[in-house]
Design a protein around this ligand. Structure first.
Ligand code: ADP
Ligand code: MG
Length: 344
């Protein structure tokens, strides 16, 4: 017992939001120490087959620009672990970075994983974290962490609905009495918006652009509903017909049109969750409304778009990109939450 207490005082608890697009690491009493894209750049040549060149932002900067022998991969891209080995290396890298210069006592680590992961995938994450030096590992589900991190009163009898729109998945959860009552995960989120923008620009303007450019378009002008002063953006790519490099001006309307099917899929998923809602929770959701978290929450006018469809108030959480990490951190710090929310 005494030993446990001493270990508790000296070890640094770590919370990790292992997202399909970004990984955030939070250390107890220090806050966020890592916030980097979940990307690994690997070199494949005869001498160094599979050697890791970069992880995180540096690796993401290489995406779409590397020669054949270098590949920048997103090991968790669609909310599944596409490459176990790479995922393990990425987790280990981030943990080592976060745990540098720290005490010798191995940390307890809580990891928030995408809701849809299979048992095998969850086990792989756990093993990676253990082999990276954790003393103990706990997993938490994304909608739960998002709700806590958004500041919702998850422990109360009142129900709350949270939608986390990440890179690979959109996860919708209804939380009441400290647990998930309903949840749904679809593989339509930020990445699909990017692909839709690429296709739209190719079809409408004959312009070939890469995913990075598409994401930039989404950041700059992406919108889900009409805007008062719609922004525009100059986009560079290659003309699909002439083969020459070209510049085209896109409007916010273009981006909205490009993303409309994906927006609709998210709205439909939300509707299906509302349809499955135990009737007694209706009042709570009508009163509390819906909270958006994850990077996708930053799409302009998404709150209004969803609100018009389901006729409920919709709010964007504060710092939506950080909600899951903060929620995981809170769950880690609170022994009661840790006990209740840890999944196998
Ligand atoms: P994950 O949890 O899956 O790692 P995040 O919550 O970190 O995902 O969100 C990443 C997604 O959010 C990416 O698809 C990214 O393009 C998108 N995103 C981030 N900022 C914005 C923004 N300002 N507008 C639109 N989309 C954004
Ligand atoms: Mg996330």
């Amino acid at each position: 017992m005494l030993m446990d207490k001493i270990i508790g005082i000296f070890s640094k608890d770590i919370a990790i939001d292992l997202g399909t697009a970004n990984t955030i690491v939070l250390v107890k009493n220090e806050g966020i120490v890592i916030n980097e894209p979940s990307v690994v750049a690997v070199e494949y040549n005869k001498r160094s087959y599979g050697r890791i060149l970069a992880v995180g932002r540096e690796a993401k900067d290489m995406e779409g620009k590397t020669p054949d022998r270098i590949r920048a991969v997103r090991p968790m891209r669609d909310g599944v672990i596409a490459d176990f080995d790479m995922t393990e290396k990425m987790i280990r890298y981030f943990i080592e970075e976060a745990h540098k210069r720290k005490t010798l006592i191995r940390p307890r680590i809580m990891v928030c994983v995408p809701y849809g992961l299979t048992g095998v995938e969850k086990k792989a994450v756990k093993e990676s974290v253990l082999s990276a030096g954790a003393r103990e590992v706990y997993l938490i589900e994304e909608p739960m962490a998002a709700a806590i991190g958004a500041g919702l009163q998850t422990e109360e009898a009142k129900g709350n609905l949270v939608i986390d729109i990440g890179g690979g998945t959109t996860e919708i959860g209804v939380v009441s009495y400290g647990g998930l009552v309903i949840s749904k995960s679809i593989k339509v989120a930020g990445d699909k918006f990017d692909v839709a923008i690429m296709e739209y620009v190719r079809k409408k303007y004959n312009l070939l652009i890469g995913e990075r450019t598409a994401e930039e378009i989404k950041f700059q002008i992406g919108s889900a509903s009409m805007l008062e002063n719609p922004p525009t953006i100059q986009v560079r790519g290659r003309d699909n017909v002439s083969g020459l490099l070209n510049t085209v001006e896109l409007t916010s309307e273009d981006a909205r049109e490009a993303m409309k099917d994906q927006l609709k899929e998210i709205a439909n998923a939300l509707k299906s969750v509302l349809e499955a809602l135990p009737p007694d929770l209706s009042g709570d959701i009508i009163e509390n409304g819906i909270v958006l978290t994850g990077g996708g929450a930053l799409i302009r006018g998404l709150d209004k778009y969803l609100s018009d469809i389901v006729r409920l108030p919709v709010y964007v959480a504060e710092e939506p990109l950080l909600c899951v990490a903060k929620g995981t951190g809170k769950a880690m710090e609170d022994p009661k939450l840790l006990e209740e929310l840890t999944i196998d």
